[in-house]
Design a protein around this ligand. Structure first.
Ligand code: URP
Ligand code: ZN
Ligand code: ZN
Length: 463
């Protein structure tokens, strides 16, 4: 052993017990009580919880979107992730031009990241067109470790929209190669017509950012979720629904899973901590994201969905835009770059749910570590505290008080959706492959230390 994490309480989805973790060459070698140091570096975890490194399987770093480029880069976004207890992020390779090959897009995205990242990273592909050429890319992409493919049921105007037949065919094709389709489930026709009906200069002036709520009702998400589930049932393909924002959607996923359909649901902290009342606040436009924030009862339904195993994964949909970028809206809700910062506070925000009795502590580890690792083909290299696994570890102080202040954070953003909020419980040390990469909310790792993770088959059914 070259390193020992000593004196902490290990928490996994299944157990909680006191033990030390021995590490050699970046891998876990032993888990036992009172391991002898014998010259190894000792990382003190006394009085703290020791969990597997967290995974944020939904980030968009430096994404060209909404007339600008998201402000968290591979560098700042992965520094923020490390500070928040995250050891692996999964970003998206989205073709810039519809004619671009997805394999080439993936290779470019990987090359962009490789020298910059502070945590390990993997990539989802995104399907924005579907023809013989793109179909033929699915097999080789899966072999190259890209086993998930996001399809957008919205975004017609920017050319990302997937039609129902495209989703059906992609579900069939990915299934053959151990892959999975991820859908951004929103009803394009309903949303586009509501936007058109609410776009008079008078309405834009009167309602401002609140028009996001008026043009994206709950039904605009759950109608699309139900449709995607239908295509998964019809094809037998593996389906993952990203960034779910509605209680009704969570109920639909629960019902489908009971019937044996292979569907996995993801939600994000913002849908459980925030609601659409923010759009009536000063600078309400900062909070515009897609899908839009919904009602308080949706937040409660999503906590319940996570705890009851209807939903299986928490990701953040990090897509950071600073105040100058948000100002591009100039009072018009259609022009706001959509998205917000996320990774750095994911763990602490979800732990709030544990403290409030909405989520079991073991479930927290499942939905942010073991489950994403299993669903996305990275387990047990990632998402596990087991001999042979990567020594990716988060040491978490459940009593540490933390007041959110974007000025003190690693994220490249000059506002926070949670500015001034007091949180209790914070990751104090983040360890990636045996090396400390963050301490007390600051990234102390090395740029480029993060590695690309070639993933195995995706879509394993998890609870
Ligand atoms: O509004 C968001 N979240 N933008 C990023 C793109 C997406 O749909 O996830
Ligand atoms: Zn999306
Ligand atoms: Zn996203």
């Amino acid at each position: 052993m070259d390193t020992i994490v000593k004196g902490g309480t290990i928490v996994t989805p299944h157990e909680k017990y006191k033990a030390d973790i021995g590490i050699k060459d970046g891998k876990i070698t032993s888990i036992a009580s009172n391991l002898e140091a014998n010259g190894a570096t000792v990382i003190d975890a006394t009085g703290k919880l020791v969990m597997p490194g967290m995974i944020d399987a939904h980030v968009h770093l430096s994404l060209p979107f909404g007339g600008t480029v998201s402000s968290d880069t591979w560098q700042t976004g992965t520094r923020a992730a490390a500070a928040g207890g995250i050891t692996t992020v999964v970003d998206f390779a989205i073709p810039r031009d519809r004619a671009d090959s997805l394999m080439e897009t993936v290779n470019n995205r990987k090359a962009e990241a490789e020298n910059d990242v502070y945590v390990d990273f993997a990539l989802h592909g995104a399907i924005t067109r579907w023809d013989e050429e793109s179909r033929k890319e699915i097999g080789p992409l899966c072999k190259a470790g890209i086993t998930t493919f996001k399809m957008f049921m919205v975004y017609r105007s920017i050319g990302w929209l997937s039609t129902d037949p495209m989703i059906v065919e992609a579900l069939e094709e990915t299934k053959k190669h151990g892959g999975m389709v991820q859908v951004h489930a929103e009803s394009v026709d309903l949303i586009d017509s509501l936007i058109e009906n609410h776009s008079s200069p008078e309405e834009i002036k009167k309602h401002g950012a609140y028009l996001h709520t008026l043009t994206r009702p709950q039904a605009s998400e759950y109608e699309a979720i139900q449709r995607a589930i239908t295509w998964a049932e019809y094809t037998g393909g593996h389906l993952y629904i990203v960034h779910m924002s509605t209680k009704r959607g969570a109920e639909m996923v629960a019902e489908a899973r009971k019937r044996g359909i292979n569907v996995i649901g993801e939600t994000c902290p913002q849908y459980m901590h925030l609601d659409d009342s923010v759009f009536s606040q000063e600078n309400g436009h900062y909070y515009a994201t897609q899908p839009q924030l919904k009602k308080p009862e949706d937040g409660e339904g999503l906590w319940n969905g996570l705890n009851s195993m209807a939903l299986s994964v928490v990701g953040t949909d990090t897509c950071t835009f600073n105040t100058e970028q948000k100002a591009l809206w100039e009072g018009d809700f259609r022009k706001i770059p959509m998205g917000m910062p996320g990774s750095e506070l994911m763990v602490s925000l979800i732990y709030e749910g544990v403290r409030e009795g909405k989520l079991d502590l073991h479930r927290m580890v499942a939905v942010m570590s073991e489950n994403p690792a299993k669903v996305f083909g990275m387990y047990p290299k990632k998402g596990a505290l087991l001999p042979g696994s990567d020594a990716d570890i988060m040491i978490f102080d459940p009593d540490k008080k933390y007041i959110v202040d974007f000025n003190q954070m690693e994220t490249n953003c000059d506002w926070s959706p949670y500015q001034g909020k007091e949180l209790t419980g914070f990751p104090t040390t983040t360890i990636l492959r045996g090396k400390i990469i963050a301490q007390d909310g600051k990234c102390v790792g090395d740029q480029g230390y993060g590695q690309f993770i070639k993933r195995g088959p995706s879509g394993n059914f998890v609870k």
